[in-house]
Design a protein around this ligand. Structure first.
Ligand SMILES: Nc1ncnc2c1ncn2[C@@H]1O[C@H](COP(=O)(O)OP(=O)(O)O)[C@@H](O)[C@H]1O
Ligand SMILES: [Mg+2]
Length: 372
């Protein structure tokens, strides 16, 4: 950079909102699957009993998420696209104790900044429904729209004004698979919500609401029955682990299904996954990669979910004890495999002690639930 004193000095300016939103969109909206994830999280936070996701061309031309949740009144609809507009937290302290999937107030404005968006919403009760139209972050109009309580967000022409990002999108089939995987994770974590997924007018899956992780896994994956899953339910101190593990004799090299959740939120964490794999050591050959579905519950103050705009990673205050607990839980569950409860039956909670591997049978626990 030139530093001669005669060079014109660029002045600092605060960027207008629509530019700031487009920048934020670069982090929040990577591809159609991230849009689906954000919109479905909003539906779940709104208490939806059923969520229907429809996409066209892998979501590149259209993404529609409809829910039967709490809806929005007109005043809220008009501000929900403002940057950092959220109904989910109020004060900085709330960040320490987050009970919802969203909290950053960034998703809707970011998605709206790079697409043509239509929101239809109606709250329960007598208030009328409303429809809002937005083009590339600019509001086009709002009008009455009669509808049942709930919200539908319709996103067309993703990245219409950011051609470089549009060029990074993969073939429709690849994007469809990514959407499907994002939905699998959310469906596993929200058993009491029905999930319908349609692609190009065809129903890909329709997962009925229920309470049973085994039933949901079987509804999602045809090969789940053959996979030989057993349940895990363990506890140590304030930590709990629920979920399913593949029997070591059924584990194969190569492809695996692995889903991790912390306090009801899907997340990615190679460290925790390795810890689970260490728990398998001695029971499987080194190159096999067993399926794992692990729902970790830790005291809220020990996990920071505000690490990344996409909220797909978390930070643990102390990761060592958690990895330790996961490894010990897997090992002890596999050790007790002959006496293990049949997959799908409630499993007694096993207390995994620190140090040696003694386990004590404790009371039966229901599957984990996110505080709504
Ligand atoms: N499907 C929905 N049903 C009801 N309210 C919604 C829905 N989607 C968004 N909202 C409202 O819009 C706000 C902004 O959404 P969003 O930008 O995703 O931020 P966040 O989810 O982090 O609060 C939410 O806090 C919520 O009040
Ligand atoms: Mg949100």
């Amino acid at each position: 950079m030139k530093t001669q004193s005669d060079a014109p000095r660029p002045r600092i300016r605060v960027l207008p909102d629509h530019v700031a939103n487009q920048i934020a969109a670069g982090e929040v909206v990577e591809r159609p699957a991230s849009v689906v994830k954000e919109l479905v999280e909003n539906a779940l936070d709104a208490g939806a009993g059923a969520v229907t996701v429809s996409i066209e061309q892998g979501g590149k031309s259209r993404i529609r998420v409809a829910d039967d949740g709490c809806g929005m009144i007109r005043e809220d609809l008009l501000v929900c696209l403002d940057r950092h507009a959220t109904s989910k937290i109020r004060r900085a302290e709330d960040l320490r104790d987050i009970h919802t999937l969203g909290f950053r107030g960034e998703a809707l404005p970011s998605i709206a900044a790079v697409s043509r968006m239509l929101i239809e919403t109606a709250p329960a009760g007598r208030a009328a429904g409303s429809r809002l139209r937005v083009l590339a972050g600019r509001m086009q109009g709002v009008e009455d729209a009669p509808r049942r309580p709930g919200t539908t967000v319709d996103v067309r022409n993703l990245f219409l004004n950011t051609p470089v990002r549009a060029r990074f999108l993969r073939a429709a089939g690849v994007e469809t698979r990514a959407v499907s995987e994002a939905l699998h994770a959310l469906a596993l974590a929200n058993l009491d919500t029905r999930f319908v997924f349609q692609s190009n007018g065809r129903t890909v899956f329709d997962l009925p609401a229920g309470r049973d992780l085994a039933a949901r896994i079987a509804a999602i994956w045809k090969d789940a029955d053959a996979a030989g899953l057993i349940s895990v339910a363990t506890q140590r101190g304030g930590m709990r682990l629920f979920g399913a593990l593949q029997r070591p004799d059924r584990a194969r090299p190569g492809f695996r299904r692995a889903h991790l959740f912390v306090n009801g939120r899907p997340f990615r964490d190679p460290g925790i996954l390795s810890a689970a794999d260490r728990g398998y050591r001695t029971t499987v050959p080194e190159n096999t990669r067993p399926w794992v579905f692990l729902f970790l519950t830790v005291p809220r103050g020990q996990v920071d979910v505000n690490v990344h705009p996409g909220k797909t990673e978390v930070r643990f205050q102390r990761r060592g004890p958690i990895e330790d607990f996961v490894e010990a839980s897997v090992r002890e569950t596999l050790e007790g495999i002959e006496s293990a409860a049949t997959w799908g039956e409630p499993r007694p909670l096993q207390v995994v002690r620190e140090g040696e591997g003694h386990s004590i049978i404790n009371k039966t626990q229901p599957p984990p639930r996110r505080g709504k």
